[in-house]
Design a protein around this ligand. Structure first.
Ligand code: HEC
Length: 154
C-alpha cells in the first residue's frame, strides 16, 4: 500500500515536471502606436482607461502576463485566452480594421458588456480591479453607440 502511494506521488511530480517543458507563446507583438485605438483622438479618456484596465490583457498586444502564466497547466489556459481574445478583437490593431469590422466589433462590445460576459468571469477572480462598475459599463456602452453613429454618419 505504502509502495503504491509512493509511486503515485512520483508519477504526479514527474507529470508536473514534464508539463513545464511545453511552454506556450507568451510574447507581445510590437505595437505601432498609429494602429492602436489610442491613435483615435475621438475616443474619450475614460473609455481608454477602461479598455486598458479591463480588456487589454486579452485584447491588445500589451498583455501583462501574470506569474501563473509561467507555470503549466495555468500557462496554457492564460495563453489560450490571450491568443483567442486577440484574434477576435485587438485594440492594438483597431486603426487597421476596415470600417465594417469596426462597426461589427462595436456592436459585439455592446452585446458582450451589456450581458456581463466580458471581461471573462474567471479573469475577474484574480483581477478584481478589472470588474466594471455600473458607471464604467455605461461609459463603455454609450461610447460604442456614439462611435457607431460617428462611423456610420448617423
Ligand atoms: C481574460 C481574457 C479576456 C478579457 C480580460 C476580456 N476578454 Fe473579451 N474575449 C476573450 C476571449 C477568449 C474571447 C473569445 C470568445 C470567447 O471565448 O468567449 C473574447 C471575445 C470578445 C468579444 C467578441 C469578439 C467578436 O469576435 O465579435 C468582444 C466584443 C469582447 N471579447 C470584448 C471585451 C471587452 C470590451 C473587454 C473588456 C471590458 C474584454 N473583452 C475583456 C477574452 C477576454
Amino acid at each position: 500500500m505504502k509502495k503504491k502511494l509512493r509511486w503515485t506521488i512520483i508519477i504526479i511530480v514527474a507529470a508536473f515536471v514534464i508539463m513545464q517543458f511545453f511552454r506556450p507563446d507568451r510574447t507581445n507583438p510590437p505595437v505601432n502606436p498609429a494602429d492602436s485605438i489610442e491613435a483615435d483622438s475621438t475616443v474619450p479618456a475614460p473609455v481608454r482607461s477602461i479598455l486598458r484596465t479591463s480588456c487589454y490583457d486579452c485584447h491588445s498586444n500589451e498583455t501583462v502576463w501574470p506569474w501563473y502564466s509561467s507555470i503549466a497547466p495555468s500557462s496554457w489556459l492564460v495563453a489560450d485566452d490571450v491568443h483567442t481574445g486577440r484574434r477576435h478583437l485587438n485594440f492594438s490593431l483597431w486603426e487597421k480594421y476596415p470600417l465594417s469590422r469596426k462597426v461589427a466589433k462595436l456592436s459585439g462590445i455592446f452585446d458582450q458588456v451589456s450581458k456581463g460576459d466580458m471581461p471573462l468571469g474567471k479573469y475577474l477572480y484574480l483581477h478584481p480591479n478589472a470588474r466594471l462598475t455600473p458607471a464604467e459599463r455605461d461609459t463603455l456602452l454609450n461610447w460604442t453607440q456614439d462611435e457607431n453613429d460617428r462611423l456610420t454618419g448617423n
